[in-house]
Write a protein that binds this ligand. Structure first.
Ligand SMILES: Cc1cc2nc3c(=O)[nH]c(=O)nc-3n(C[C@H](O)[C@H](O)[C@H](O)COP(=O)(O)O)c2cc1C
Length: 185
């Protein structure tokens, strides 16, 4: 076998581990996406991650739903934030040890990670886990979402953050390159 063919074989077997400091080499990552989504934008991001990785999706939902309409929701959320009211979320089983990569995706709510996703994260033990974070927004961009994630996930190994405006397509090149940058695909 020529040196060139040996090199190509090595690359095909995952020999690019030096590009993947956080994860090490592996054929296929086991990925979970935990997301909250009121109007479907963040769900579209979760579905795009699933398209590229085969991820399991977990949707965080509040026991008492927010109103269907946008403006009343913004008012209620603002009031809950100001008064420190925490809306309960529906419990679901999640075992982080089943995954190599945990993706957390949120809409921006008043500049921050949405309250229901924050509540879910506070109830988990994600220390030492490799976590990617993302927000979908309505024009504000990143705002304080990454800072919130960093505070909530102080013991986790954080990859880079993805910010998108509104929804994404299932085959989004932004999502694909974010996953590549982090060695997930
Ligand atoms: C309560 C509430 C607060 C919001 N606050 C912001 C904000 O501060 N900045 C922003 O860019 N978009 C804000 N938005 C818009 C959403 O972040 C945006 O539409 C997001 O993509 C919705 O995701 P979803 O469809 O998954 O719920 C807010 C929306 C709601 C309902």
């Amino acid at each position: 076998m020529t040196n060139r063919r040996m090199f190509l074989g090595f690359m095909a077997l995952g020999g690019v581990s030096w590009l993947r400091p956080a994860l090490g080499a592996a054929a296929r990552r086991r990925v979970a996406v935990i997301y909250f989504s009121k109007t479907g934008h963040t769900r579209s991001l979760a579905e795009s991650v699933r398209h590229f990785t085969g991820a399991d999706l977990y949707q965080v939902e509040t026991k008492k739903p927010y109103p269907a309409d946008y403006t009343p929701t913004t008012k209620i959320v603002k009031e809950e934030m100001e008064k420190g009211i925490v809306r309960e979320i529906k419990p679901f089983a999640f075992d982080p040890s089943r995954y190599d990569v945990i993706v957390l995706a949120t809409p921006t709510w008043w500049h921050h990670v949405s309250a229901p996703l924050q509540t879910w994260i506070r109830g988990q033990k994600l220390d030492g886990r490799f976590v990617l974070t993302a927000n979908t927004h309505g024009g504000g961009g990143l705002m304080h979402t990454r800072e919130d994630f960093e505070k909530l996930l102080a013991g986790s190994r954080l990859g880079t953050h993805l910010t998108v405006f509104g929804a994404v397509s299932e085959t989004s090149s932004e999502v694909q390159s974010w996953l590549k940058t982090n060695g997930v695909i």
